[in-house]
Design a protein around this ligand. Structure first.
Ligand code: ADP
Ligand code: MG
Ligand code: MG
Length: 194
């Protein structure tokens, strides 16, 4: 299934709104197991996306994803900027010949793993992307997929990113990037009308 350009834009705009309104929540999660800036970092990226959209209306899905990628790479900083940026840049490239939603999310996931040299189970945003990609493929994507992904993420010991410095103490805390990715996919669910 392909998302239309209008729905893709709506998806990103809902994500932007959600991250902006949950900025301090994301900072709090990062304060517990990182350096407390994930909300601030992502919020800068969200403003850059809004700016870029208003300067130049994306003409197709390829350019929309590319605009999002550049905004995130240039403005988010931290570990999450290049990671989210790579995911959206890879989705943009893929959309040139295949804009199937499942294919795009799988492509973004592969980009995250490559850029982060990481995989599912390391207590990162990948713990949300992977089950969502799998559920889309199985045509079983719904809110409980996201909820369960967050519950499993919380129980993990971090082995990548700043939270890994805490070792066992990272257990019982939700990873901030997993939470922001949950917002991304909740926004997608809204657009899908699910
Ligand atoms: P920083 O850690 O540089 O302050 P942020 O706080 O913005 O950057 O982002 C932290 C998030 O990035 C983590 O919560 C985690 O989800 C994600 N992350 C960090 N390192 C990796 C990695 N190697 N692979 C995947 N995700 C990662
Ligand atoms: Mg941080
Ligand atoms: Mg930081």
């Amino acid at each position: 299934m392909e998302l239309s350009l209008a729905d893709t834009k709506k998806w990103i705009e809902l994500f932007v709104q959600k991250v902006e309104s949950e900025k301090s929540q994301l900072n709090e999660l990062d304060t517990a197991i990182g350096d407390g800036d994930h909300g601030t970092n992502m919020d800068r990226g969200m403003k850059a996306i809004t700016d870029a959209f208003s300067k130049k209306e994306p003409e197709d899905i390829v350019s929309l994803h590319k605009t999002v990628a550049f905004a995130l790479i240039q403005k988010v900083g931290g570990a999450s900027g290049p990671l989210y940026g790579t995911a959206f840049l890879d989705m943009s490239k893929k959309a040139k010949d295949d804009a199937d939603l499942t294919t795009l999310i799988q492509t973004g996931l592969a980009g995250l793993k490559r850029r982060g040299q990481s995989d599912v189970g390391m207590k990162t945003m990948i713990d949300v992307w992977e089950p969502v990609a799998n559920a889309l493929k199985a045509d079983e994507f719904n809110q409980s997929v996201i909820d369960e992904a967050l519950t499993s993420n919380k129980a993990l010991v971090a082995t990548k990113g700043r939270a890994s410095y805490l070792e066992e103490k990272s257990k019982g805390h939700l990873d901030p990037g997993a939470q922001s990715s949950a917002y991304l996919f909740e926004a997608l669910l809204t657009v899908l009308g699910a």
